[in-house]
Design a protein around this ligand. Sequence first.
Ligand SMILES: NC(=O)c1ccc[n+]([C@@H]2O[C@H](COP(=O)([O-])OP(=O)(O)OC[C@H]3O[C@@H](n4cnc5c(N)ncnc54)[C@H](O)[C@@H]3O)[C@@H](O)[C@H]2O)c1
Ligand SMILES: [Zn+2]
Ligand SMILES: [Zn+2]
Length: 391
Amino acid sequence: MKALVWHGKEDIRCDTVTDPEIQDSRDAIIKVTSCAICGSDLHLFHNFIPGMMPGDIMGHETMGEVVEVGSGVDGKLKKGDRIVVPFTIICGECDQCKRGNFSVCETTNRKKHLADKVFGHSTAGLFGYTHLTGGYPGGQAEYLRVPFADATHIKVPAGIPDEQLLFLSDIFPTGWQAAVQCDIVPTDTVAIWGCGPVGQMAIRSAILLGANQVVAIDCLPERISMAEAAGATTINFENESVLERLKELTDGKGPEKCIDCVGMESHVMAAWPDTLLDRAKQMVMLESDRPHVLREMIYVCRPGGIISVPGVYSGFSDKLPMGAFMNKGLTMRTGQTHVNRWTDDLLHRIEQGEIDPSFVITHTVPLAQGPEMYQVFRDKRDSCVKVVLKP
Ligand SMILES: NC(=O)c1ccc[n+]([C@@H]2O[C@H](COP(=O)([O-])OP(=O)(O)OC[C@H]3O[C@@H](n4cnc5c(N)ncnc54)[C@H](O)[C@@H]3O)[C@@H](O)[C@H]2O)c1
Ligand SMILES: [Zn+2]
Ligand SMILES: [Zn+2]
């Protein structure tokens, strides 16, 4: 089959690889009908996440049709079912899965010993990601093996196009969880850094959850316009000071809730000396992340407020203002998304027409154009916000 394969830094190719096969009784194989490129894939593209190996198949936002099931799938899935695949592989049975903490499932990371060493505890296995999370082949491919398929799936009905359902795999529940973690009340101002696909979902989620005011921050005009279309007030950090504007918009008090939809690869600007230092340190491997957004959020968040971090960080972040964080009594909530905790509710909202996540798609292309689209998405060329690939 054809698949997008990681060969090294900024080197992803559409290769012919061996078709996946059932390896375990709980496996299923799907024929992929749609998949997408995520901001998290860019961290792998830039080789900022340790533990990738040449030959790894990319992709963790995937849906398709079940073509084969193992004997242990137990009637939960059958040939012909249409499923969205959550990016987190879950067993459904361990202590964490029982609590709904699916992204830290205790059993699905087949390279648990690596994660235990690096993070202190293992996380769930993830599709198309580092070997720290299992090194499972991803879904930017014609076929995908879904391990623990009896639990790791979201069954979706016929009659709704792929484009409306695909993002249940990741960015829709990710933006949703980021907003839910803020415990939004009707008087809140929620400030959201980053208007990429995750930021766009977080903006709409914060509005659906009843925030008084949502302020979205980025520098890319097409993403800022998309945020405005949802009802957000926007700040272009290239033209104005984020800290001053946020204070102005909150009577000098600062937003109660702050969401980081940027993560470890913040823009680097001369006006932000900390980002220049982070970049220099990143180049000589003295720091793995560029946590400018975390610093800004801790500084501007209203005392007693909540900082929610869906943005991915990989290792070590320097110069985090712990003094401000502690003395202001802030709370931080973060994590890879517990996808299946949210998807029944979110699927229902899509079916009811409350939200149509396909608004974020700007490019739909054949899988073979994937390598080129990684560049376009990374460079934000051609007003690119979200790429869907069709195998
Ligand atoms: N927690 C999870 O489970 C999960 C799931 C999906 C994605 N993510 C992470 O979410 C983040 C965003 O993903 P995406 O797909 O939207 O990526 P993206 O790269 O398309 O979007 C990031 C946006 O942030 C903007 N930005 C950069 N620096 C900024 C700054 N200092 N202030 C404000 N905006 C800034 C960029 O212009 C861009 O529009 C990534 O780190 C990704 O890895 C996490
Ligand atoms: Zn993702
Ligand atoms: Zn589990």
